[in-house]
Design a protein around this ligand. Structure first.
Ligand code: ADP
Ligand code: MG
Length: 318
């Protein structure tokens, strides 16, 4: 099968969220072990990944250096993290394959994602990024053109626009590599947001939800399984209550009804559910949400939340 796997923040940082270079390398090593298993099982694999903690680190460096060096924009942050994370995944995955006596070429593609310059998100930046700071700091960064919001007792935080991903510009490149047998890392951090300006593409100050970009890429590459790998084995009904119920196999329509009923938090599980529902509803294949270590078993249909195109067997149970 052709599988697109989207690695969440937990696949790139320590369990406590620490993101030193060693923490990142250790987490990526684990993820690459699981990805090598998929390749050993004979699947074609495309990898995408988040970049929240890594962009957070760059933003903090921006802040510390602001009196001396102008901060780099978010499109550059995206490009830089695609480079670093892509490099780390390529290195480690090659190693995991060699250990297993396998040889597959692996490449990371710097990827741009087209967004609409008129997306309403640009007029209303609401996605908080980076850490809480005091008013004086927010004022200093505002002078560099950033938007900061007062979150009350916890302090100020930068907010940015999160427009919808419309098209992954490097899709033809990625498709060519995949068809030639390459394992491809692409669209990291949802892709670098760009808008058309008449003469070409311009990077913009925004962040793109990596799960929504993964769904776009999965559809355009005609994959059989879109796998959102995170830190929980299932999406859960009544999450955080005594009535928690893990979701096993379920149709896109049933999953959409649960989303409409508010079972999935908007900043975390919500976009993952939206991604797998969109993908499954298109009829191309099954969308899966599961924990990284459970990915091989979920692809084999034994665990995870598996969202199917049409009414299949079981419903909301594990
Ligand atoms: P990632 O970093 O892998 O993208 P997130 O932290 O954004 O992952 O989202 C996964 C988290 O979503 C889980 O750890 C859990 O705390 C939270 N979550 C919110 N609602 C649900 C739900 N209904 N079922 C399961 N997890 C949920
Ligand atoms: Mg997380």
């Amino acid at each position: 099968m052709r599988v697109l796997i989207a690695l969440g923040g937990n696949a790139m940082t320590a369990p406590d969220g620490s993101s030193s270079p060693d923490d990142q390398r250790a987490a990526i090593a684990q993820a690459c072990g699981h990805i090598a298993e998929l390749l050993a099982d004979g699947h074609e694999v495309i990898i995408t990944h988040g970049n929240g903690p890594q962009v957070g680190n760059i933003l903090r460096k921006n802040e510390l250096a602001a009196a001396e060096l102008p901060p780099v924009s978010l499109d550059w942050c995206g490009a830089q993290t695609q480079g670093t994370i892509g490099f780390t995944i390529v290195n480690r995955l090659e190693q995991e394959l060699t250990t297993r006596g396998m040889r597959r070429p692996v490449a990371a593609v710097v990827t741009r994602t087209r967004v609409d310059g008129d997306d309403p998100a640009f007029a209303d930046p609401v996605k908080p990024i980076g850490t809480y700071r005091d008013a004086a700091h927010a004022e200093q960064m505002s002078r560099h053109g950033q938007v900061w919001k007062d979150f009350g007792a916890r302090g100020w935080r930068r907010v940015v626009s999160s427009p919808r991903p419309l098209e992954i510009l490097e899709t033809p490149t990625i498709a060519t590599l995949v068809a030639a047998g390459w394992v491809v890392v692409a669209a990291g951090g949802g892709g670098i947001p760009v808008v058309a300006d008449g003469s070409g593409w311009n990077g913009v100050e925004a962040v793109i939800d990596k799960d929504l970009s993964a769904a776009r890429l999965a559809a355009d590459l005609d994959v059989d399984r879109l796998v959102i790998a995170t830190d929980v084995e299932h999406a859960i009904i009544d999450y955080g209550t005594e009535d928690e119920q893990p979701i096993g196999e379920i149709t896109a329509a049933q999953m959409q009804r649960l989303a409409d009923a508010g079972h999935f938090a908007s900043g975390s599980m919500g976009p993952k559910v939206e991604a797998v529902v969109d993908f499954a509803a298109s009829g191309r294949g099954v969308g899966i949400i599961t924990a990284l270590a459970a990915v091989p078993a979920a692809i084999a249909g034994r665990t995870g939340t598996r969202v199917t195109p049409a009414a299949a067997r079981g419903a909301a149970s594990s």
